[in-house]
Design a binder for this molecule. Structure first.
Ligand SMILES: Cc1cc2nc3c(=O)[nH]c(=O)nc-3n(C[C@H](O)[C@H](O)[C@H](O)COP(=O)(O)OP(=O)(O)OC[C@H]3O[C@@H](n4cnc5c(N)ncnc54)[C@H](O)[C@@H]3O)c2cc1C
Length: 405
């Protein structure tokens, strides 16, 4: 870093390359700093419920390792089998369980960071509380590799919840499914997962994985709901309460996955939806997020906008967080139409999202591909503040240039 800084050579940190906003692409050339070999789990501290890891540790490897100690690292992006903890920090990644357990941010206590100057700092302390000046840890989280390179991470762990139930509720109306999301919480339930899924997403994933999954014509939307904890009786009671709420919310049917293989089958389908959409056609994924109760308006408005542009969409995502992934499919449209019209459609969807109190990315970041839309969500004053923070850390602007703004 010292050498690159002195010679003004750009450096782009790269984790597993699963990011969805082009953040790890070296658009101005220079050095791509691959972090995959910094992949040790340095320590699992079972007294303090902490883990010290390097940035190239795969999310799922960490989860499996700490589980052996009865501990839980909850953030679980659908890409958990490949993405790195360093990348998760750079994007403040979420995933289905963010609903109950929070995002990556909620599990990071302290970071070792190499600054663009080559200086090395620790951003905080290995403590559960921190009130000693500006919180640099939280500034680095979500900074998309533009302020420093994360080289060591102190994570908070919690006890592993030993039991869970997984429900699949089907609806004739996607709007009813979106409305049911708020009703679940208003009815006193606190699921660990509440995912909205359009039948097309299930069908694409089933084709992609070459497995069977029936989606009856009457079904227009699903909610995939998990309830977890350590007390089987309490979980069963919460399932009963959930069933009542869903039925009152016009649900057609609630299926309970009874075996581990049924649960795994549903999860595998859910986690393959992004890849399956990509395989079916060229697509553009948007990561909209609104306050949970505004989800029905976001879904309905998105479909209206897409129909006006003659674009097909497939939606799924972390509905309990109000976080809807909208995949816009190119299908047979010409490149010219796609390249111009899809941008206009995206702007309208984002404006809708913002008018509902939401924003343009919940967990995928801005990176390269969303930066032209950032001014829709963030004022010029805010962007200026971000630029000034960037200059403080990186006066020569060598670290991951061309990203966010
Ligand atoms: C199929 C699929 C499903 C996904 N599901 C989810 C999901 O459910 N939830 C979710 O939040 N995301 C999801 N993602 C997005 C993606 O997996 C996450 O953003 C992930 O955190 C990226 O990690 P990575 O290691 O691949 O990072 P990369 O793509 O390599 O890099 C991402 C950014 O982080 C920076 N970076 C990487 N390592 C470091 C480091 N050590 N220090 C500083 N900067 C660094 C890079 O410069 C870049 O800007 C999904 C992606 C795919 C392909």
């Amino acid at each position: 870093m010292k050498y690159c800084n002195s010679k003004h050579i750009c450096v782009t940190p790269r984790g597993a390359g699963t990011g969805l906003s082009g953040g790890a692409l070296p658009v101005y050339g220079g050095v791509v700093l691959g972090l995959q070999r910094m992949n040790s789990i340095v320590k699992v501290d079972t007294e303090n419920f902490q883990a010290i890891v390097e940035p190239g540790v795969i999310n799922e490897v960490l989860q499996q390792t700490v589980k052996e100690y009865g501990l839980f690292y909850p953030p679980d992006p659908a890409s958990k089998g490949t993405c790195f903890i360093g990348g998760n920090i750079a994007h403040c990644s979420g995933g289905p369980r963010a609903l109950k357990y929070g995002t990556t941010r909620d599990y990071v206590l302290n970071l070792e960071v190499v600054l663009p100057s080559g200086d090395i700092i620790w951003t905080g302390a290995n403590t559960l509380k921190y009130a000693s000046g500006y919180n640099l840890t939280h500034l680095i989280i979500g900074s998309e590799g533009t302020l420093g390179i994360v080289t060591k991470i102190v994570l908070k762990l919690i006890p592993f919840p030993t039991q869970n139930s997984l429900l699949l509720a089907s609806f004739a109306s996607p709007i009813d499914a979106c409305r049911a999301v708020s009703s679940i919480f208003m009815g006193g339930c606190s699921p660990s997962v509440c995912e909205f899924i359009e039948p097309l997403a299930f069908r694409l994933a089933a084709d992609y994985l070459q497995v069977a999954f029936e989606t009856p014509e009457t079904v227009q939307a699903y909610l995939l709901i998990e309830i977890d904890g350590n007390n089987g009786e309490l979980i069963a009671k919460e399932c009963e309460n959930m069933y009542t709420i869903l039925t009152e919310g016009n649900c057609l049917e609630v299926l309970l996955a009874t075996t581990t293989s049924e649960k795994e089958h549903l999860w595998k389908l859910r986690r393959s939806m992004g890849e399956a959409s990509k395989k079916s056609t060229v697509y553009k994924e948007e990561d909209t997020v609104v306050p949970r109760a505004q989800l029905p308006e976001l879904f309905a408005g998105t479909k209206t906008i897409a129909a006006r542009y003659g674009l097909r969409t497939v939606c799924y995502g972390h509905a309990g967080d109000g976080n809807l992934h909208i995949n816009i499919l190119k299908d047979e449209h010409s490149d010219a139409y796609w390249n111009h019209e899809v941008k206009e459609a995206i702007k309208e969807i984002f404006r809708l999202c913002i008018s509902l109190g939401g924003t343009i990315s919940g967990e995928h970041g801005i990176g390269l591909v969303q930066k032209e839309y950032l001014p829709l969500a963030v004022s010029e004053i805010q962007i200026d503040l971000m630029r000034n923070i960037k200059r403080c850390f990186d006066p020569n602007l060598i670290l991951n240039p061309g990203k966010i703004f």
